[in-house]
Write a protein that binds this ligand. Sequence first.
Ligand code: GTP
Ligand code: MG
Length: 266
Amino acid sequence: MARRGDGGKCFNISVVGLSGTERDKGQLGVGKSCLCNRFVRPKADDYFTEHISVLSQSDFSGRVINNDHFLYWGEIRRVSEDGVEFHFQVVEQTEFVDDSSFQPFKGGKMEPYVKRCSNTKLQSAEKLMYICKNQLGIEKEYEQKVIPDGRFNVDGFLCLVDVSVVPSRPIERQLDFIAHTLQNLMKTKKPVVVVTTKNDEACDAFVREVERFINRKDFKGNIPIVETSAHENVNVDLAFVILAQLIDKTKGRTRIVPYSEAYRSR
Ligand code: GTP
Ligand code: MG
């Protein structure tokens, strides 16, 4: 966590979750981009439900993707219930797929995603903030914000698990993925929050399975789970705030409100 000149605190958050080709992740992504979009640009007009994943070579080497497998989502300020100002910067760790070969693009040293997503020191000179799919190729027509100093030091991770039913992606594949990923994330000693996504279409059995899995003793039962829906804008801010409080070692923590309760009190 960095201190800003104005005394505020800045939290650099990395959003991770099952990624790759359709064979790896099933027919749909787990919701990383939508969660980031809703958090950094919450207004209905700025929220897009479809984001980039399969790309042309020229888009991959454009300034937004910049030959990396992560997106810089920009910076946002939030004021907590007790009036403390929080600044967040957000990146999404994903895997971009070539639209001609349908294989992940080769860029830099290509570790498998489960390993690469735990990287805490990201670099990408002059990388532009991602806003939406249509921005690619016509970057000048959108706000052009560059990743500061071409660097991003991660303070904590949101590890996403989709609890909706997605064709060609059994829940076991995600549990296997988070088992490996959480081990790698925990080695970094940075705080982690597990975020279930798409709770507006949740399969109750999946929700219970994720809870059981995370509360196993190998994760020491101390990884918080926040139930979200980006489409319905439920608990999205809460996931980031809970992680910021862990990074900041805040004494009084915000209560984690279950999805149904948070949905009703919108
Ligand atoms: P990749 O980066 O390609 O791995 O995908 P991703 O994890 O970024 O997923 P993305 O946010 O692109 O969402 C994948 C699909 O799930 C899209 O069709 C979204 O509209 C849908 N989706 C995302 N969030 C929600 C949600 O809160 N509720 C529902 N019902 N669908 C969602
Ligand atoms: Mg994405």
